[in-house]
Design a binder for this molecule. Structure first.
Ligand code: PLP
Length: 367
């Protein structure tokens, strides 16, 4: 097997830009100007303080955020945020937090919130097998909820909201793990956004949290462990205990790439749209050989989830793809099938190669 980095369509950890990988591989041996490996640099060094400060600044610039937001880099993945959000905002409350159940990952977030307080599921896609997202008419938000939580892109099922949900007078919390920094958004309409790095912006081990001052400043103390207290983490500038220095540095390099090589989120979105069009086009023009899973209007620009007529053909597709250098095309273990994740670092050229591969596979097995 000879898999290629440029043909990595994994659901996450996913592909990273080639020049970022090159720079990291050099700096594992020696950071220029310092002489030692990046893996051995102290998190209390001046060098790392500059890394955090530049990265915070880059995220602010990319998101066009004002000063009343904190940008934090925490460990524990998005899963820890499933708990940290309700620990902070729901503990001791009698009004229910509102959750939208759109797929595998929102179904994981809900039970964690229920451990902390009352939860109302305002819409669930369980009965439609998570093949579509709710319309506005199906969503009734309450003005009394302590917060409303949803996932902007369901990574497993390949469903993505193309609009911002909820009321402006209720804190809006969003798990953007699988579409963060893939397109511009009205980020300031959110009170708290979290996104782990291992899709669009870096390796696993770090989660970006963007949180508005008022959400954490006015929260009554809830006897939280210090590590799980946003206020303490914000004060420590993400350096409360030993952070994953390497992962944070990798994210810094990716933000530089986004700003300098790509040219910002608007341009990133254009590229991502083109990639999605190529794959969905291939699916739609296959005469039913490739079957897209998601309702057309709710299709994700990040995770293209599809099936073949039989599981045997799907197995052959994955084997043939691997022999051709592609990786990460098997669907999530919860639902099977196939999934091409086309995160930011996957190039248009790589997606064209996949579309061509799909076409020739179809010709071979279907005529
Ligand atoms: N939320 C979303 C949208 C995800 O895609 C994932 C994992 O892929 C998670 C949460 C869980 O993330 P983690 O493994 O970082 O805890």
């Amino acid at each position: 097997m000879n898999l290629q980095n440029s043909l990595n369509f994994s659901g996450g950890p996913g592909a990273l830009p080639e020049n970022v990988l090159l720079q990291l591989s050099e700096e594992i041996m020696k950071v220029p100007g310092l002489g030692i490996s990046i893996l051995g640099i102290s998190h209390r060094s001046e060098w790392f303080a500059e890394v955090i400060s530049e990265l915070e600044g880059n995220i602010r610039t990319l998101l066009d955020l004002s000063d009343n937001y904190h940008v934090l880099f925490l460990q524990g993945g998005a899963t820890q945020q499933f708990s940290m959000v309700p620990m902070t905002l729901l503990r001791g409350k009698s009004a229910a937090a509102e959750y939208i159940q759109t797929g595998y990952w929102s179904s994981k977030a809900i039970p964690e919130a229920k451990l902390e307080g009352p939860v109302r599921i305002i819409w669930s896609g369980v009965e439609t097998n998570f093949k579509r997202l709710p319309t506005d008419d199906e969503l009734r938000f309450s003005p009394d909820a302590p917060y409303m939580h949803y996932i902007s892109n369901e990574t497993v099922e390949g469903l993505q909201f193309q609009r911002v949900l909820g009321r402006d007078d209720v804190p809006r919390i969003c798990d953007m793990s699988s579409d963060f920094l893939s397109k511009p958004y009205d980020f300031e309409r959110f009170s708290l956004i979290y996104a782990h790095a291992q899709k669009n912006i870096g390796p696993s081990g770090i989660t970006v949290i963007v949180v508005r001052d008022d959400l954490i400043e006015h929260t009554p103390p809830a006897n939280l462990p210090s590590f799980l207290d946003y206020k303490i983490q914000a004060k420590a500038h993400s350096n409360f205990n030993t952070p994953p220095v390497f992962a944070i540095y990798a994210v810094l390099l990716v933000t530089r790439w986004l700003m300098n090589d790509i040219g910002g989120l608007k341009r990133m979105e254009q590229i991502n749209r083109r990639k999605a069009e190529l794959l969905y086009g291939q699916i739609d023009e296959s005469g039913g050989f490739y079957q897209g899973r998601a309702n057309t209007a709710d299709r994700s620009l990040m995770n293209v989830v599809f099936n073949l007529p039989t599981t045997e053909l799907e197995r052959r597709f994955i084997d043939a793809a691997q022999s051709a250098g592609f990786s990460g095309l098997a669907g999530h273990r919860a639902i099977g099938g196939l999934r091409a994740s086309i995160y930011n670092a996957v190039t248009i050229k790589a997606v064209e190669e996949l579309a061509n591969f799909m076409e020739s596979f179809q010709r071979k097995f279907h005529g």
